[in-house]
Design a protein around this ligand. Structure first.
Ligand code: GDP
Ligand code: IMO
Ligand code: MG
Length: 426
């Protein structure tokens, strides 16, 4: 197995950072293929915690090359900030360890401005306000700025002028003041000087690595239900968070992908607006939030919490073609006397076993109850050492969605993990 895709199977924050970091032990290349600084992937090593937004979660492993591919929306200022932070912590491993696609699109201050202003209107979606949506709008509108343009600041100036001609009236209508071309371009110059040396045709590089049999890990951002095509539209992000995005976002054909792993939190969370049928607005929901430390790693917002949704997971298995599940945060369920699990939905057209993505609002979850457990799980390293009820819970998920667990995570640290199958067959 040479090319492995890791994808969020829910509404994001499933623990992709931790699992990508673990799987990177066996990888030569880690490729982020979509999203931008809206992502927040947490890495915990020893008592150190690091949240990466743009930089792949493989960055902690020396000898692994990290790629920011062309499906991404990259804020040059954020990227430089993240590089500085990594540098301060001594985590940058020399020239060539980080490569950035010259076709990834730049998030510039007017994108962030528009995102923030829109969030103050009644149409607010609860975005991360990082300018990701407006940047992808520019890309689709063919007025975006690929990072390669930073090699020629005269060209960048022209492109910024073109973009501002579009955004100026939008900003004014939202009650804001758009920056001038100069106000955008001048602060960008020193940043561009730092980024240009990192730029490359990453599509070629990644495809070549896969073809040469190198072990390549594709790191998804966000999650299936936030995907622009497959998510709970319009309460979605603006990129392709599903596994197909690994191909379009990195320039590798689907026939080259060997294995797709879906990340599944043992319960469910969502940040921002939109439907969430199994949401818990009671003390149990609060307990999950506190025990699971469910506060946004980008915005600090409390995450909404709820019971595991198997119909939504079946949907994720289908649209991503999942081969295996990495089930995270099982330890957070410890101490709940019983667990509810959504097994189907009642809809105006009858009972269905998959989340009715186009009519989530009128679907009512059908629950079954399973026994809980009281033992702490942090020290468990093998399935046989899990309490009986926890084991049943994992097996139930596998059986219901017809996909095996390849990993079970029982804590935020690297070692708090039960690895059942190694990603590259190692
Ligand atoms: P990502 O966006 O999918 O990478 O996930 P986030 O990093 O935003 O959120 C996941 C949070 O859960 C982080 O704080 C992780 O450190 C933490 N985490 C990951 N796996 C586990 C686990 O198995 N148990 C517990 N208790 N925390 C975990
Ligand atoms: P990771 O990679 C959770 C959500 C936002 C909002 C919607 C649109 O850490 O799992 P955007 O800023 O993308 O335009 O916001 O998408 N969202 C995420 N939720 N985890 C993420 O990333 C997210 N990235 C975006 O909260 O509801
Ligand atoms: Mg996150």
């Amino acid at each position: 197995m040479s090319a492995v895709v890791i994808v969020g199977a829910q509404w994001g924050d499933e623990g992709k950072g931790k699992i990508v970091d673990i799987f990177t032990e066996h990888a030569d290349l880690v490729v982020r293929y979509g999203g931008g600084p809206n992502a927040g992937h947490t890495l915990v090593v020893g008592d150190q915690k690091l949240v990466v937004r743009l930089i792949p979660s493989g960055i902690l492993r020396e000898g692994t090359r990290c790629v920011l591919a062309q499906g991404m929306a990259i804020d040059p200022a954020s990227l430089v900030g993240e590089l500085d932070e990594l540098g301060r912590r001594g985590l940058l491993h020399g020239a060539g360890s980080l490569v950035v696609s010259d076709r990834a699109h730049a998030i510039l201050p007017y994108h962030v401005l528009v995102d923030g202003l829109r969030e103050q209107t009644p149409q607010a979606l609860g975005t991360t306000r990082r300018g990701v949506g407006p940047c992808y709008e520019d890309k689709a509108g063919r007025r975006g700025i690929p990072l390669g343009a930073l090699r020629d600041m005269k060209r960048t100036e022209e492109l910024v002028g073109r973009a501002l001609a579009h955004w100026g009236p939008v900003v004014r209508a939202l009650g804001g003041t758009a920056p001038s071309v100069r106000e955008v371009v001048e602060p960008l110059r020193p940043i561009a000087e730092r980024i240009v040396p990192l730029l490359a045709d990453t599509a070629k590089l990644v495809e070549r690595a896969v073809r040469d049999g190198k072990r390549v890990l594709f790191e998804g951002a966000q999650g299936t239900l936030l995907d622009i095509d497959h998510g709970t539209y319009p309460f979605v992000t603006s990129s392709h968070a599903t596994s197909g995005g690994a191909c379009t976002g990195s320039g590798v054909g689907p026939s080259r992908i060997d294995w797709v792993v879906g990340l599944v939190k043992a319960y469910l969370t969502r940040v921002g607006g939109g439907p969430f049928p199994t949401e818990l607005l009671d003390a149990t929901g609060e307990r999950l939030r506190q025990r699971g430390v469910e506060f946004g790693s980008v915005t600090g917002r409390p995450r909404r919490t709820g019971w595991l949704d198997l119909p939504a997971l079946r949907y994720a298995v289908r649209v991503n073609g999942l081969d295996g599940l990495a089930i995270t945060k099982l330890d957070v369920l410890t101490g709940l006397p019983e667990l509810r699990i959504c097994v189907a939905y009642d809809t105006p057209h009858g009972r269905v076993d998959e989340l009715p993505i186009d009519d989530v609002a009128s679907a009512r979850p059908v629950y079954e109850t399973m026994p809980g457990w009281t033992e702490e799980l942090g020290a468990v390293r093998a399935m046989k050492d899990l309490p009986e009820a926890a084991c049943r819970y994992v097996e139930r998920i596998e059986r219901e969605v017809g996909t095996p667990a390849v990993l079970v995570s029982v804590g935020s640290r690297r070692d708090e993990t039960i690895v059942l199958k190694q990603p590259f067959g190692g």
